[in-house]
Design a binder for this molecule. Structure first.
Ligand SMILES: C=CC1=C(C)c2cc3[nH]c(cc4nc(cc5[nH]c(cc1n2)c(C)c5CCC(=O)O)C(CCC(=O)O)=C4C)c(C)c3C=C
Ligand SMILES: [Fe+2]
Length: 441
């Protein structure tokens, strides 16, 4: 064994041990590594940048903006959408449930610190040790970082004794319309982590350090960077544009619309009954992700009137083709001079709207992405990393995507190539609590 090899192993063994103290709360008072002091401090001073999501023009204020980590619900779901995303799916490599619990504890303690703009540990690094934190976010500030963790259906197989804890809502969809070219290497995973912030290096740093602290317990399966938001969740947020050039997120659910969130997004809201073995999801939400590649070169040859027919919205203003401004409700009954509906029967917004789906509503939180170009074709490999949160994906996303996948005019220009389904448990309440603790007790 080389000296380097020995010290590397000692570092990661030590980190795992410290995780017990930090996250699982086994009454150890020593604060080093990813330690207790870290988590307690992180709970102390939080400045909420505001729930409306109105963009700050002061660069220092934006850099220093902190979204509280501890709370009844995980941040990063209704939080006004930040500009950058790194999403990662992990496979658990251990079969020891205690190791998995310790890792989730480490993640919570680290997330508590990182979302405050702090390094993952405040312990001094000995010169002969690798630093606890990888360092690239050291001077950047929190930039409204949120870290949201979810559990995939595969976590509930026979490895950890969780099979009877899996809610039926988390059942994998199988192949539904639009899924014909989904790629296994870009799909699923026992765990997912969604890191959102207003700085690209901050989100990368978060995922990198969580992946590092997972070594020996979980491995990165796939990941995705998103470079700009393609939806709005804050009540004051300007609607951004997707890579097809259309305003996206106009009719999304907003953070201050608590009645809609309780009805469609939060599990067990309004005292809804849950089976005792599925109580661990109360206050959580189900995340569906889809990596949707756009056929950008073809889209760019499509005439404006056809592009607008597909979304049934004007490209410049975002207003529906039936008139008004961006936020005017579309009139699905309106007929044109030719006697045909102004909003095509297969237009994306008609097929997706609550009005045409018995009120079906999801919270969208997607990001524009690019992976550069496809080496085989030279075409841009880019599109929408679609994320949606909901109370029951079986009756929400699955139903909606089944409808869209069959006849959406948009299908000519998109392909779903990856993604997955995860149950995001309620928030981490305080130091000593951790992601999904009640699932394991
Ligand atoms: C299964 C759910 C959805 C998928 C997948 C999806 C993909 C997708 N959407 C756009 C662009 C737009 N979508 C818009 C509205 C919209 N989309 C969905 C659902 C899915 N979209 C919903 C529920 C809605 C709201 C419908 C309504 O209430 O009217 C819009 C219009 C503006 C807006 O309201 O956000 C655009 C534009 C792309 C490009 C895409 C896949 C690449
Ligand atoms: Fe859409």
């Amino acid at each position: 064994m080389t000296e380097q090899g020995t010290s590397r192993r000692r570092f990661f063994t030590g980190a795992a041990g410290l995780g017990v103290a930090a996250g699982v709360g086994v009454g150890v008072g020593v604060a080093t590594g990813y330690g207790i002091r870290a988590a307690t401090e992180a709970n102390a001073a939080s400045t909420d940048p505001g729930s409306t999501g109105a963009a700050s023009t002061d660069p220092d204020a934006q850099a220093n903006a902190i979204v509280p980590f501890y709370g009844a619900r995980q941040a990063g779901i209704v939080t006004p959408q930040q500009e950058r995303l790194m999403f990662a799916a992990f496979d658990v490599s251990t079969t020891d449930v205690e190791e998995l619990k310790r890792m989730l504890g480490r993640w919570a303690a680290m997330a508590a610190r990182m979302t405050q703009g702090k390094q993952v540990s405040d312990s001094p690094t000995k010169p002969a040790q690798p630093p606890f934190d990888t360092g690239e976010a050291m001077d950047l500030g929190a930039h409204s970082l949120t870290i949201t963790v979810g559990f995939g259906p595969s976590l509930f197989d026979d490895r950890f004794g969780l099979a009877d804890r899996m809610p039926p809502e988390l059942t994998a969809f199988g192949t539904i319309p639009g899924d014909a070219v989904m790629r296994a290497e870009l799909s699923d995973g026992d765990l997912c982590v969604q890191a959102c912030a207003d700085d690209p290096q901050v989100v990368f740093h978060a995922i990198r350090n969580l992946a590092r602290a997972a070594r020996g317990t979980a491995t990165l399966r796939w990941s995705q960077l998103g470079f700009g938001r393609a939806s709005s969740t804050g009540s004051q947020q300007v609607t951004p544009r997707n890579l097809m050039g259309f305003k996206d997120g106009t009719r999304n659910v907003r953070a201050d619309d608590t009645a809609t969130l309780d009805a469609h997004v939060w599990v067990g809201a309004n005292g809804a009954s849950l089976a005792p073995e599925h109580e661990w999801m109360r206050g959580g939400s189900y995340l569906v992700a889809r990596k949707i590649r756009m056929e950008i070169e073809s889209w760019d040859t499509d005439p404006l009137e056809d592009q607008e027919k597909i979304f049934a919205r004007f490209k410049d203003t975002g207003a529906p083709l039936t008139g008004g401004d961006e936020f005017t409700a579309p009139d699905y009954a309106k007929l044109g001079d030719n006697g045909q509906p102004v909003i095509d029967i297969d237009a994306h917004i008609r097929l997706a709207s609550p009005e045409q789906n018995n009120g079906l509503t999801i919270l969208r939180r997607g990001y524009n992405y690019t992976d550069g170009q496809d080496p085989a074709t030279g075409k841009l490999a880019a599109g929408l990393f679609f994320i949606a949160y909901q109370r029951d994906p079986q009756t929400q996303f699955k139903v909606l995507q089944t409808r869209l996948g069959k006849s959406d005019l948009l299908n000519e220009y998109i392909a779903h190539i990856g993604g997955g389904l995860w149950g995001c448990p309620p928030g981490v309440s305080a130091p000593g609590d951790w992601f999904g603790k009640s699932l394991f007790t």
